[in-house]
Design a binder for this molecule. Structure first.
Ligand code: FAE
Length: 523
């Protein structure tokens, strides 16, 4: 047999085997549907804060919008969320075990659940999956950044406009409210907050009240058992069945009410292509709730908003550049950070006087504000640890400056993060200072029971940056090298904003989309 006929015969043999195999395979599996050339004038990828705000303002302006979201439409599905003490399949994105920051002792059935964790070498990043994005799983803390820091982070933005127009607009649309001091004083579910504040004051720190999107009038009714419990039933990072004004109840509901928005859930965008006429074609796969592909689709649009959250947006743009040569600016992926997230805690907190409380609300309402200390500037959320029993432990999510930024890149079919212990060194020093000062004044030890060495340096809830406003985009979020592609989400913020970020993401998107619409970018 000569070489040519060997290759031919081998290919036939392999082909025959493949044919037989794939026929058997197809007999057992439902066929994957192919749908090509679905046209939509404007597509938004992602239904978190950036996507939801963009959708509402475009729909109000009379534009038809299609939104593609890889997670489920929880409201429509009728599937309830589960709580921290009894997690079920809805708690994790296609995982076999729970993925909370600690105590992952629960097995899960793989399902397109609401919380996902992206694991990198030195950092684990949590994100929300579903119609509403991060708003479904987050603690609802609605914090406006300090104006001086906002100016430092965004020197080119008109901060007066932000503090007079866009931040108030964001807070109003998100239904931000504040717990009543009377209720806080008497409610046993907030002992952890009262102890946290008392101890902080004794150690010489200032504290601040933190607004939230959880409806505190609902919470007061929960307390009296007049309505089903959610915050008082350990519901939060696996979703809240009641009480929380997540985006599906605010921005997205308003956008749907215009009749101009169509949301396609369980639709994951894989790649973006730009066409010669400057329109976009998206490769998308639709999955079932087990994560199996049930349809492969191609969408075409004239205008594209990428709002897949910092990590989702960076992955889509960097991957599309690697596989399709999608033009991207040189600095895409740069100026990225963890918003200074650093988790820490203390064990043996008031063990003789009931500790931090057996029953705890999942909704944080207070923080330690040490931002103006020139040596150790930080903000620390006094976080709940609702374990169903008193564990005499205080938990803090510290937010620090990000002195050394990281970057995100795409290599060998994978997203990678350039980030190691050197990026969190100063945050560790701040945590050490804070915990030592608290323990000296109040007793207690560093929380070795929660984290290695008492420090959770690798825990990140707030990935930000990589597609920074005015650097990788123009002044209103249009990606450089593009005429009709806009990025509107947390990736616009250069790695740090000094407080929990969603109010800023909403305000920035309100600002960008208002200007983009006024400039006829969606005409
Ligand atoms: P995000 O809300 O993440 O939405 C992006 C959406 O895009 C998601 O629904 C994704 O499923 C979807 N998506 C991604 N890739 C694709 C794709 N290829 N195809 C289709 N869809 C895709 O983005 N922030 C606060 O301000 N206060 C808090 O109390 C707070 N607590 C938090 C607690 C936890 C556990 C976590 C994880 C986060 C918390 N955050 C908090 C952060 C906040 O939720 C986050 O900054 C925002 O959700 C980010 O908003 P984006 O619009 O950037």
């Amino acid at each position: 047999m000569d070489r040519k006929s060997f290759i031919k015969n081998s290919l036939l043999a392999v082909g025959g085997f493949y044919f037989l195999q794939s026929n058997l395979f197809h007999a057992a599996q439902p066929a994957i549907k192919q749908e090509k050339n679905i046209d939509a004038p404007i597509i938004i990828i992602g239904s978190g804060y950036g996507g939801a705000v963009s959708a509402l303002r475009l729909c109000e302006a009379g534009k038809k919008v299609v939104m593609l979201e890889m997670g489920m439409n929880w409201g429509k599905s009728g599937i309830p969320y589960s709580n921290l003490l009894k997690p079920d399949k809805s708690a994790g994105w296609l995982k076999t075990k729970t993925i909370a920051p600690f105590f992952n002792i629960f097995s899960l059935k793989p399902f397109t659940g609401v919380l996902d964790r992206l694991d990198f070498e030195h950092i684990n990043i949590w994100v929300g999956r579903g119609v509403g994005g991060g708003s479904l799983v987050n603690g609802g803390m609605a914090v406006t950044p300090k104006e001086s820091y906002f100016k430092e982070v965004f020197p080119n933005l008109d901060s007066d406009k932000f503090y007079n127009i866009y931040f108030p607009r964001a807070r109003q649309e998100l239904k931000v409210n504040i717990i009543s001091e009377e209720f806080l004083k008497e409610c046993p579910f907030y002992k952890f907050t009262r102890v946290g504040e008392e101890e902080a004051h004794k150690a010489g720190f200032k504290t601040m009240r933190i607004p939230n999107v959880y409806d505190f009038s609902y919470m007061e009714k929960e307390y009296k058992n007049e309505v089903p419990r959610s915050a008082f039933n350990t519901e939060v990072i696996y979703g809240n069945n009641h009480g929380k004004n997540s985006l599906d109840k605010t921005y997205l509901q308003k956008a749907l009410d215009t009749g101009n928005l169509e949301i396609l859930d369980l639709h994951s965008v894989d790649e973006i292509n730009v066409n010669q006429d400057k329109s976009y074609t998206l490769k998308v796969h639709q999955i079932d709730t087990l994560g199996k592909t049930i349809a492969e689709k191609t969408f075409n649009c004239k205008k594209l908003i990428v709002a897949a959250g910092t990590m989702g947006t960076l992955k889509l743009l960097l991957k599309s550049n690697a596989v399709n040569n999608l033009p991207i600016p040189e600095n895409l992926g740069k100026n990225w950070g963890n918003n200074g997230n650093f988790m820490t805690g203390r064990n043996w907190v008031k063990p003789l006087s009931g500790g931090t409380g057996a029953k705890q609300s999942t909704i944080p309402v207070a923080g330690v504000d040490n931002w103006n200390d020139p040596e150790h500037p930080f903000f620390a959320e006094i976080a709940p640890l609702p374990m169903g029993m008193d564990v005499a432990t205080a938990l803090y999510l510290q937010i620090n400056r990000v002195d050394k930024k990281g970057s995100v890149y795409y290599v060998d079919d994978n997203l990678k993060v350039n980030w190691d212990a050197s990026n969190t060194q100063k945050m560790r020093e701040n945590a050490d200072y804070f915990i030592k000062k608290m323990n000296r004044a109040n007793g207690g030890t560093r929380a070795h029971l929660l984290f290695d060495n008492g420090f959770g340096a690798n825990i990140c809830y707030h990935p930000l940056g990589g597609c920074v406003l005015g650097e990788a985009t123009n002044e209103f979020g249009k990606l450089k090298n593009h005429d009709h592609l806009f990025v509107l989400d947390g990736s616009l913020i250069p790695g740090t904003i000094g407080v929990n970020p969603f109010v800023t993401i909403v305000a920035l998107t309100e600002y960008c989309i208002e200007n983009l619409i006024q400039n006829n970018e969606f005409a």
